[in-house]
Design a protein around this ligand. Sequence first.
Ligand code: ATP
Length: 220
Amino acid sequence: MNTPRPLALLGGTFDPVHFGHLRAAWEAAEQLDAEVHLLPANVPPHRPQPAVDAAGRVELLRLALAGQERLRLDTRELQRAGPSYTVDTLYELRAEIGPQRPLVLLLGMDAFAALASWNRWLQLFELAHIAVMDRPGPAPAFPAELQAQVAARRAGLDGDWRGHGAGRVLFLDVTALEISATAVRGQLAAGLSPRYLVPDAVLGEIQRRGWYRGGSGAGD
Ligand code: ATP
């Protein structure tokens, strides 16, 4: 039987994109044999407003993704007015790709632990599989309602999830890179350089535009 190639999504603020996002997305693409779309969020409902506007964050993502085909940029959430709820994005994508093709929502462990606070969170499992990627640091506790979903839906990578469009929870073993956008912004604000934490082209553009700068400017 010919099962269609999974489509996996990594949503985020990408303020700015860094190697933690890129490497995790790349390894997820390889482990799931999936096409991966990176979806920058417009007005993230649970977060303070990003330091750089949507157009700027997209510009940095384009630079980061240049030269490869496996990770692609999807700016659909930026075209929508108001908050970007993942559940709405999944409905939209599901309508485009039909019911069969596996759709996989990629989430870092920190984001997954907070899933029960997301808008219409239980509907997410009707629309997509969820693949959880490890992040360095102590494993966050899951609330009981999330634990119950994991117990009911957990599947192995080599299990039958590819034969279903949605509904399973997978745990991916990705290289742990202790990089966060918060730390990258903090370095820039302190006049330090996040070289080797973000792609060179991203760093160059941040410096050229003077983004995320504190009083003293980035350091190299
Ligand atoms: P911030 O520090 O501003 O909170 P962030 O670095 O966590 O940002 P986001 O854009 O909020 O980045 O993250 C988007 C998604 O990527 C989330 O699911 C998050 O868990 C995941 N992610 C971010 N950094 C990593 C990393 N180093 N390893 C694995 N997953 C990551």
